[in-house]
Design a protein around this ligand. Structure first.
Ligand code: ADP
Ligand code: MG
Length: 254
């Protein structure tokens, strides 16, 4: 078995009185794809955001590639990392948002080059060459000079995926990457993610695309009420769910 790349351990998170994560445990192995399903408000986005420390956890811990996220351990105690160390960690954890979040004032190429040059201190020439290869990979080599507003939603999301890859992340997190797209544009984005899965990119994908989960996921995780209710291979969770809550959810989305 390959090593554990993402290790979520007993994570709790509240916003004021609202308990959003109530003890989440999740392990993702290197090269595997985990698809997270669950009703709106079940804590899926919050979980992804804790993995790259956009949200601080209240209890528990998260490791990525053996490194504690947001903290360092010393003498049995946890100390929060400095902002610059948090940013360095976050750089290696790619995040693809529902609404693309491209820099609107930068060309497609510059969107991809920005982080490698400013955060990783790569020479610009080298970053541009790598960016052009990534654009070819997502089928947008001819759009390097375009601005995000000149692209369709599906193209923008493919650029966002290429941008996330540009820092050679240890893991890619996707938060409903096709939810903001017109139906006819969903396929082109899922195809890019499928291609990444084939080449062994470690990914956690929050998605309601059940067919995609069935085809691509190594593990399907069903979340409800801030906990993992059930997880396993797609054929187990999707076709023979053991928990009533999973069955009820699937009966609504299938
Ligand atoms: P999901 O992605 O599964 O729909 P979220 O993780 O976005 O769920 O949200 C879970 C709950 O936490 C929701 O009730 C949401 O309103 C609440 N929530 C999320 N982020 C915040 C925040 N920054 N402040 C207050 N409440 C939040
Ligand atoms: Mg969400």
């Amino acid at each position: 078995m390959s090593q554990v790349m993402v290790d979520v351990h007993g994570v709790h998170k509240s916003f004021g009185p609202l308990q959003v994560l109530r003890g989440v445990d999740l392990q993702v192995r290197a090269g595997e794809v985990t698809v997270i399903l669950g009703p709106s408000g079940s804590g899926k986005s919050t979980l992804l955001r804790t993995i790259n420390h956009l949200e601080k956890v209240d209890r528990g811990w998260i490791g990525v590639d053996g490194e504690l996220i947001g903290y360092r351990r010393s003498g049995g105690k946890l100390y929060e990392l400095k902002e610059k160390d948090v940013l360095a960690q976050r750089t290696r954890i790619g995040f693809v948002f529902q609404n693309f979040h491209l820099f609107p004032h930068l060309t497609v190429l510059d969107n991809l080059v920005e982080a490698p040059v400013s955060a990783l201190r790569r020479p610009r020439k080298e970053a541009e060459a790598a960016a052009r290869l990534l654009l070819t990979r997502v089928g947008l080599a001819d759009k390097a000079g375009a601005y995000p507003r000149q692209l369709s939603g599906g193209q923008q999301q493919r650029v966002a995926i290429a941008r996330a890859l540009a820092v050679e992340p240890k893991v890619l997190l996707f938060d409903e990457p096709t939810s903001a797209l017109d139906p006819e544009l969903v396929g082109e984005v899922l195809d890019v993610i499928k291609d990444l899965a084939r080449t062994g990119t470690t990914m956690i994908v929050v998605s309601h695309e059940i067919g995609f989960a069935r085809e691509v996921a190594d593990t399907v995780v069903f979340m409800d009420g801030g906990v993992v209710v059930e997880q396993g291979p797609p054929e187990a969770v999707l076709d023979a769910p053991r928990q009533e809550r999973t069955r009820a959810f699937l009966s609504k989305v299938l």
